[in-house]
Write a protein that binds this ligand. Sequence first.
Ligand SMILES: NC(=O)c1ccc[n+]([C@@H]2O[C@H](COP(=O)([O-])OP(=O)(O)OC[C@H]3O[C@@H](n4cnc5c(N)ncnc54)[C@H](O)[C@@H]3O)[C@@H](O)[C@H]2O)c1
Length: 248
Amino acid sequence: MRQLEGKVAIVTGANRGIGKAIATAYALEGAYVALVCRSEPAATVKEIENAGGKCAVFHYDFADVAGTEKLVKDVAGKCGTIDILFNNAGTQSRHPCTEFPLDDWTRVLDINCNAVFFMCQQAGKVMIEKGYGKIINMASLLSFQGGLTVPAYAASKGAVMQFTKSLSNEWAKLGVNVNCIAPGYLDTEMNAALINDPVRSRQILERIPAGRWGKAEDIAGAAVFLASSASDYVTGIVLPVDGGWLGR
Ligand SMILES: NC(=O)c1ccc[n+]([C@@H]2O[C@H](COP(=O)([O-])OP(=O)(O)OC[C@H]3O[C@@H](n4cnc5c(N)ncnc54)[C@H](O)[C@@H]3O)[C@@H](O)[C@H]2O)c1
């Protein structure tokens, strides 16, 4: 028996990187996956369909926070319901704190934090109605740490960790689990600036007990666990998948 057989799962930002790995893993575990993406998720669709899985594509830009209500209605209408929501989409902006532009601050907070909360709110209503649901939000090591030149990102990921607990406190008794995953340093496009900086890249690698940067696929197991009945009594947590970084 596959772990997500018959479930409907939303994965945001599923066109590449970690979102692509999670969407593919959910489909392989039997879920019907709604790929919510700003860019065309052709590679993800191909991988899922080649493996015999099922998915539907919804185009959306999470800079539009208010539109999440209609988005969730559209997904529930087309896919029948929503059992699982993985809020993966996220963005980054790097500037020293003295120069951080207001536009970038607002954009990062809208995409990484505000839209995530309202996706939880809207999908949560569908889940509460049926007394079942699994929400997983993408936190980060920067939910715990401040990082360098990324204050908006750190603020957004700290907020995601905190409101995940708020949602869990209200919804756990209603059958809806709300948790976070905090990936460590992964080799994805979001980290291109770090990977291409030989000094920062070496410093980061030296601190990772596992001795390597993570891959997008390293997140899939934890994502399936928190979406499946194996985690029915797990709620309000942040699960680090970081090669041991936080233990240092
Ligand atoms: N790579 C890492 O080391 C790392 C570590 C911790 C957390 N994360 C988080 O994991 C998530 C995925 O990141 P990734 O590493 O795969 O990077 P990525 O840049 O490859 O993926 C980001 C995804 O978010 C989507 N996205 C960005 N802005 C969007 C918008 N306005 N509307 C819709 N979609 C949008 C992109 O299209 C893409 O699909 C992000 O939330 C990121 O903050 C990544």
